[in-house]
Design a protein around this ligand. Structure first.
Ligand code: NAP
Length: 299
């Protein structure tokens, strides 16, 4: 029999992920802090709008969480606790610290339930197309029971180790994402200063060794100074703080992360925290003097 899946956190990622569960015939109930979103999705999919997190947990074999940050996950674990039944599984797709995953798993275990940390990568496009990848921490047998729900939302499911290992892998991903976003925006700012046709720069560079997901998906919009789509830079900054905490545990340093976080801090202070991470381009463009001479002459 198909598991009944409940979903909490209908944001930029969660809403399309929940819709993919519905398409697979698995979505039983939804709950969202802002009730208008859960009401609308319940009406669209004919699933149940749960009254509160405990009510959602009570009617679900699997609960998927996709909320912003560590405190939100821990608060929701506590709020769901009265409704958790033995054998139910919490699948947390939020990006949080490995330590938070371990604390959430303890709460689940205390109530006889199981927990998997399943952070995802692939952006909002991946959430819409069910082409996300997920990095899983937890008991492999629990993963097998949760697999139908994860398969409805993702194209690749990688088991990484015990609880926390999924989030540790995601931290590695987020350091790379920071470096790539910084490199692409800095490089395109150079191209803009030189007066190059940036759409063609993106096209040709995408086909060579420097091609990457961020350049192809965000390059065309960022050169138009459009930063609405995707991944809020305040959320990436939260992830990079986790990366720094992990590095500190190993008495290490992440200089690249420090640089990107300094740019994010300036952008957040200017009110751009809800923009996509491609808004780093604002900072990179400002590194060039607009009056520094004629652009590159293509003739
Ligand atoms: P988002 O659009 O800001 O949505 C956040 C969701 O979490 C909303 O449903 C929000 O409810 C809910 N929420 C926040 N705090 C809450 C709380 N205290 N209690 C209950 N619900 C709460 O964020 P997102 O882009 O979907 O990201 C969600 C998670 O996925 C984050 O951990 C992020 O780092 C990760 N992620 C994002 C991307 C991406 O490209 N966007 C990619 C991979 C991973 P309201 O509707 O009431 O605000």
């Amino acid at each position: 029999m198909n598991p009944r899946v409940g979903f909490i956190g209908l944001g930029a990622m969660g809403l399309p992920m929940a819709r993919n569960l519905h398409r697979a015939g698995l979505l039983a109930a939804v709950w969202n802090r802002t009730a208008t979103k859960s009401r609308a999705l319940a009406a669209e999919t004919s699933c149940r709008q749960a009254a509160d997190p405990a009510d959602l947990a009570r009617g679900s074999d699997i609960v998927v969480l996709c909320v912003s940050a560590d405190r939100d996950v821990l608060d929701l674990m506590a709020a769901m606790a009265p409704g958790l039944a033995p054998e139910s599984i919490i699948v947390d797709c939020s990006t949080v610290a490995p330590e938070t995953a371990c604390k959430a798993a303890e709460t689940a275990r205390f109530h006889g339930a199981d927990f998997l940390d399943c952070p995802v990568s692939g952006g909002v496009e991946g959430a819409h197309q069910a082409s996300l990848v997920t990095m899983v921490g937890g008991d492999p047998a629990t993963l097998e029971r949760a697999r139908p729900a994860l398969s409805a939302m993702t194209r690749k499911i990688a088991w990484m180790g015990p609880v926390g290992a999924g989030q540790a892998t995601k931290a590695v991903n987020q350091v790379m994402a920071a470096g790539i976003a910084a490199a692409v925006t800095e490089a395109l700012a150079l191209g803009a200063a030189a007066g190059l046709p940036l759409d063609r720069v993106i096209e040709v560079v995408s086909g060579g060794a420097a091609g990457n997901w961020f350049l192809e998906r965000r390059g065309p919009t960022l050169i138009q100074n459009h930063f609405e789509t995707g991944f809020k830079l305040a959320l990436h900054d939260k992830d990079l703080a986790i990366c720094e905490q992990i590095a500190a545990q190993y008495r290490g340093d992440l200089p690249l992360v420090r640089t990107v976080r300094a740019d994010y801090a300036a952008l957040m202070a200017s009110g751009f925290g809800d923009e996509d991470i491609s808004a780093l381009y604002r900072r990179k463009r400002a590194l060039f003097d607009p009056d520094a001479g004629p652009p590159f002459d293509a003739e």
